[in-house]
Design a protein around this ligand. Structure first.
Ligand SMILES: [Fe+2]
Length: 334
């Protein structure tokens, strides 16, 4: 190449002269990309000791949650006290204390059952109602009878069947006899009138609606419109079917309160058809008060999380307070 040509190529930024020096036909060397520096990784940002500590903390947290859910909460009974004003009961009479229990799912007479007996009897209730699922799988009949028979109430103890009572055909076997010998009145689509110093109370009970054994019409035969009427049902779904029946209060269970609840989200899984009646007090159409007990036992998995076994102590007070009926009637938890 002539000197003039070399100068022209150099001005254009091309060093053809070097190529020529490597020999004719040699491929041009590829341009080297600028080295890419890797960004900071978890390993480089946190020292090994810190990462080990974080892993141990996470493991300890999981273990604590597991211990709480499987070992602590299933046996840690919560007692919730509430007051309910009943216009048809005499205001001048002493209060009536009603204990509402459901879903005992008794397998044997363990620490939880013994603790529940002590709490209930110490409260000296006037009435005890159990809203179904007394047994669970291969329950010990003697344990069930001993549990039910140990509970004491001044004016009576009442009970309805739940779906688990039907699953193993317990209701067709030993259960009715055990319930009767334990002093409970089984309300199988039937009702009983209870006379108290505060007035008459009609307690009606339907057989389990989950398995389709309920008959509300039969349960309400002879119930007086003048009396305070409590309907016992295993599932709260019956609330949608009570129509114009003269029912003042529905007591139910079945939901277990979800059994596992998450912060802010509440119960994740509840039986079909029971929402919004998951646990506690509700106002239903027709001025019906609904109360759902979140159960004493467990089903399917021996777990409870943010949802302790519960005993509800409900004070029935005659008349109304000054003003209107209070909406929030829970007065204590322990
Ligand atoms: Fe249950």
């Amino acid at each position: 190449m002539s000197r003039r040509g070399q100068e022209a190529d150099t001005r254009a930024g091309v060093t053809l002269g070097e190529d020529e020096e490597q020999g004719e036909g040699a491929a041009p060397a590829p341009a080297r990309p600028a080295p890419v520096r890797p960004g900071p990784t978890l390993r480089s940002r946190f020292p090994r000791r810190l990462r080990v500590l974080a892993a141990l903390a996470a493991l300890a947290g999981c273990a604590a949650l597991g211990i709480d859910a499987f070992l602590v909460e299933p046996g840690w009974i919560e007692v919730v006290r509430s007051i309910e004003f009943v216009p048809s009961l005499r205001a001048s009479a002493p209060d009536l204390l009603l204990v509402h229990v459901s879903d005992t799912h008794i397998r044997d007479l363990g620490p939880r059952e013994r603790r529940a007996i002590r709490i209930v009897n110490a409260a000296q209730p006037d009435l005890i109602v159990i809203t179904g699922d007394i047994v669970h799988g291969e329950s010990d009949p003697l344990a069930v009878e001993a549990f039910l028979g140990s509970l004491r109430a001044r004016y009576g103890k009442f009970l309805v069947w739940g779906n688990h009572d039907h699953y193993r055909k317990t209701v067709e076997g030993w259960a009715p006899g055990a319930v009767s010998r334990a002093g409970f009145v089984l309300l199988n689509n039937a009702n009983r009138r209870v006379d108290t110093p505060a007035g008459r109370i009609d307690i009606a009970g339907i057989d389990d609606p989950v398995t389709g054994h309920d008959n509300l019409k039969a349960a309400m035969v002879g119930v007086s419109r003048r009396d305070f009427c409590i309907l016992l049902s295993h599932s709260p779904e019956i609330v949608r079917s009570i129509g114009n029946w003269d029912i003042d209060m529905v007591l139910a269970g079945h939901t277990h309160g979800g059994q596992v609840r998450l912060p802010w989200l509440g119960a994740i899984v509840v039986p079909f058809g029971t929402r919004p009646y998951v646990e506690g007090w509700y106002d239903a159409p027709g001025d019906v008060r609904v109360h759902v007990n979140q159960g004493l036992g467990w089903s399917y998995l021996p777990v409870r999380f943010l949802c302790r076994p519960r005993l509800d102590l409900i004070t029935l007070r005659g008349g109304l307070p000054a003003g209107t009926r209070p909406r929030a009637s829970i007065v204590g938890r322990s």
